[in-house]
Every structure is written in C-alpha cells, then in structure tokens.
Design a protein around this ligand. Structure first.
Ligand SMILES: [Fe+2]
Length: 193
C-alpha cells in the first residue's frame, strides 16, 4: 500500500481541530486516506480532485466518537437514527467552518447510508471506508475489490453497496430512504451494463 506521505503537505488535509475521535478511529481514518491516495495515484486524478477526496476522508468520521448530546446539538434535524448522526453532524460543522464543496459535504453527510446523486467523492469515500484493510471483516475478497477499484469503480461501488444492503436486511433493520434510492440507482445502472 502506498503511503500518504508523498502527497505535498498543502494537499494533505488532516483531522479538523473540532474532531472527536479515539486513537483506534484515527487509525481507521488514516487507512482510508492511504487507500484513497493509492486509488488517486492509479487513476491519475489531478491534485485538486485528490484533495477533495482526502477532505471528505478526514471529515467523515471526525465526530464518530462525539457524545449523543453533542451530535444532537450539531445535527438537530437529522432524519436518521442517532448512531447515523455523525456524518450529518460532521458535514454541518464542516460547512459552518467554511467547506463549500457540495460533493465533499454530500460525501460526508451520507457516508453511512449512501446517496444516489453522489459524485466521485461520495463514491470513493463509501468504497474506501468499507474496503480499508483494518476493518473487522476485511478479507481476501474485500482486498480484491480494493485492488479492482481503479479499473472498475462502478462495479466495486455496486458490490460494496450490495454487501451492505444484504447486511442491513439480515440484521432486520429498516432501510433508510436515501439508501433505498442509492441501491435502486446502482441496480438500474448495473442491469443496463
Ligand atoms: Fe469511516
């Protein structure tokens, strides 16, 4: 795996000062960033685009370990269950702190549920968050998907979303509306390939 260290420092976003993350969470975020840098190198995307991807990575779990009271205060009107509030809360905080990129904000806001309208930032974050090698269920299949992403991002996105949908259904949880729309958009695109 490549190291994020070769990215020029001005292009290397880091954790915002307002973040609430455990050491373990920080390591997860770092592994997501490393995977995203690897993909951006393989895809040859411009520095400005890689910077958008990395901003979303560093923001997405920035409030993952904030208390329920802090999250409720930061995202009071969020329509999702409490455990899914950290994305909307981090997006709201980032916006208040000056982040104006709609793609970055949507990537962060919906990273736990999916969004049909995502641009590449949301898609990259959703896949890298799931495929980074330190995840509890990381295995050879997921490593192969991570490997395949630069060549076939749409297939990998579909596979990750399918895996997460199956997990949700097996868990007996209700499916959030954005997740259903996200899944339907991917299923429609997949059947027309
Ligand atoms: Fe994450």
């Amino acid at each position: 795996m490549s190291d994020a260290g070769h990215v020029p420092s001005e292009l290397r976003p880091t954790l915002p000062a307002w973040a609430r993350v455990s050491a373990e969470r920080l390591h997860h975020i770092q592994r997501v960033a490393e995977l995203v840098v690897q993909w951006s190198d393989q895809l040859g995307v411009p520095d400005s685009e890689r910077n958008r991807w990395l901003r979303a990575v560093w923001l997405h779990d920035a409030l993952r370990d904030a208390s329920p009271a802090e999250l409720a205060a930061m995202a009071p009107s969020s329509p999702v269950p409490a455990e899914l509030r950290h994305g909307p809360a981090a997006a709201a905080k980032a916006k208040a702190e000056g982040e104006t990129d709609r793609g970055v904000l949507d990537a962060v806001r919906y990273h736990s549920v999916g969004l049909a309208e995502w641009d590449m930032v949301g898609r990259v974050l959703y896949c890298a968050d799931f495929l980074e090698p330190g995840r509890r269920n990381a295995g050879p299949e997921r490593a192969a998907w991570a490997e395949r992403f630069p060549a076939d991002p749409q297939w990998v996105l579909y596979s990750v979303a399918r895996s997460r949908m199956l997990y949700l259904i097996e868990s007996g949880w209700s499916i959030p509306q954005p997740t259903l729309r996200f899944w339907n958009s991917l299923a429609a695109a997949s059947s027309s390939r």
